[in-house]
Design a protein. Structure first.
Length: 233
């Protein structure tokens, strides 16, 4: 019998009070999940680069604060004025838009490099060998089942000499370094970058990485500080 069927049977035997206790726990966990999800989404939204303003939006920004005598809606009025401009007059607003658009693309490249989830756990040397070897075995033995391919790769690994394992040991070491770098950055910022380099971070060479602002420590009063003396009446 499967675990799911066993679970349904056990649940059916519980009293209403016992069920109520589990339902309450489930409700609390669901609320906690929703709250964490909301915080997570807000955090991402803050880091997400602002989309570039269109040419008309730049024109409208220039006219901000100006009053109109017309009974027409303020935005509609300036839209009609903007539509009446020549291509030459619109050129400067188009230029601002193109500049912002380019800047937005560059910022999005940095943002898309950020991962808002825990980094993948490192592969062991054994896992590297098996994953690579299976592809070769499958190509040479197309009719072989996946389980058979895995067992064959495992047997090869067990009988392999330590010097032949060196290549995969090195790959595993590099992957472990990668995991440690990404995990450290994730713990610091709440995300990690795929191309993040801890050594460069120490030297301050990582471009586009947001650092937490340093809080200014409140200066403590020392014994040498001069006390304010109230004037005598």
């Amino acid at each position: 019998m499967s675990l799911l069927k066993d679970g349904y049977e056990i649940w059916g035997k519980l009293s209403e009070d016992e069920k109520e206790e589990y339902l309450k726990k489930n409700h609390r966990l669901l609320l906690a999940y929703k709250y964490k999800k909301m915080i997570h989404q807000k955090k991402i939204k803050k880091l997400l680069p602002k989309r570039p303003k269109g040419p008309f939006q730049h024109f409208l920004k220039e006219k901000k604060g100006l009053k109109i005598e017309s009974q027409q809606n303020w935005v509609s009025y300036w839209k009609s004025v903007y539509d009446g401009l020549t291509d030459k007059d619109k050129a400067k607003y188009n230029k601002k838009y193109e500049e912002e658009k380019q800047e937005y693309k560059e910022k999005m490249k940095i943002f898309n490099n950020k991962v808002f989830d825990l980094p993948k756990r490192p592969f062991s040397s054994f896992q590297y060998y098996v994953s690579e070897r299976i592809l070769v075995l499958k190509k040479n033995n197309p009719n072989m089942k996946q389980t058979e391919l895995i067992h064959k790769a495992i047997k090869e690994w067990v009988s392999m000499e330590s010097k032949d394992r060196q290549y995969y040991n090195e790959k595993a070491k590099e992957d472990l370094k990668r995991y440690k770098r990404q995990k450290k950055q994730f713990e610091k910022l709440g995300y990690y970058s795929k191309d993040f380099d801890l050594e460069k971070e120490i030297k301050g060479e990582n471009d586009g990485e947001e650092k937490k602002p340093k809080l200014k420590k409140r200066r403590k009063n020392t014994k040498n500080d001069s006390k304010k003396v109230m004037p005598k009446k």
